[in-house]
Design a binder for this molecule. Sequence first.
Ligand code: PMP
Ligand code: GLN
Length: 375
Amino acid sequence: MSKLPNIGTSIFTVMSKMAVEYNAINLSQGFPNFPVDERLTDIVAQLAKENVHQYLPMAGYTPLLSKIAALVEKSYGRIIQPESEILVTAGATEGIFASIQALVQMNDEVIILDPSYDCYEAPVLLSNAIPVRVALNDDYTPNWTRIEKACSSKTKMIIINNPHNPTGKILTQTDFEALEKLLLKFPNIVLLSDEVYEYITFEKKHLSAHTRTNLLNRCIMVSSFGKTFHVTGWKVGYLIAPEYLMTEIKKVHQFLVFSVNSISQVAISNYLDFVSVDEIGGFYQKKRDYFRELLQTSRFELMPSEGTYFQVASYAAISNENDVDFCKRLIIEHGVAAIPISTFYADRKDLHLIRFCFAKDNATLEEAAQKLCAI
Ligand code: PMP
Ligand code: GLN
């Protein structure tokens, strides 16, 4: 009998596979298609010849832990302890999985805000716990009244994703105040804050949950070097959490992977000596603006995108089909792959929204836009 009877193949896998099959431009799964910084690939080439091929410490390469602490201090002014409050993980996905497995017990409830990224629900189900899906407002802001109504003594965890995949929405100061007020009423709830796009923000500034005095004692923050350094395939991320939570998470991590692959950890650590994360927001803001400009004459209606490298668009003016069928037809008939937004919800099949990834070189964006404008 299946332990996950209702979980199928990830939509990102399905759409990327179809894009290859039909030779379509792949704006579905989120990954950059441009070359990685040569300074980083040079480090890797050099490291491959050195003796960095064996296990690293379970919690992460020691210099990398210190450099993450330095990055956090530079970005947010918060001082964290590298040995006890940081864990290098095999991508954010493993960090999320380990956190949920470590902290969520049988019959606990975990609040997931829809639309939600797809890696939260399975680890909750595998803990024999209950995912409670609460919809965001129509403008994708959190509905704190609705979230509070869903909270009870059974609630163990609330998962937030900021900046938000797929909508690009960023939480505001007012959101955090509401969240803090809510968590004061429920002292046992742990906050899992997925911030893999923390450095990919545009006009608005990113507020990080673990830097809030009222939250830091119960917050696990998740990040991913895959997003920050355009190396999604390396699967290197990290967690920041208070020691009492981290001790439990490390118990799971040590038997999931023990330690994360050595070359990429050492490479990122060396790269952090001279690279800055300050430019990535501006870099993707230009891509967002260019892509939006290219689509101006199309029949797609573009939603705001405040961060991430995703653009949500309505195709209501083009078709009445459901978004999964529309995406399939978009690949087969028009040669462009996108992600249907209904797959980010527990039970919404009535949407006419799709997500494009604009982390692509300009030629790809231009070619895709030409096809999209012709529909
Ligand atoms: N959370 C969100 C919101 C994501 O979009 C992604 C993926 N791309 C992840 C987590 C997983 O990150 P990683 O590839 O580092 O495991
Ligand atoms: N996070 C990526 C996205 O949203 C997908 C990563 C994956 O395929 N697991 O497109």
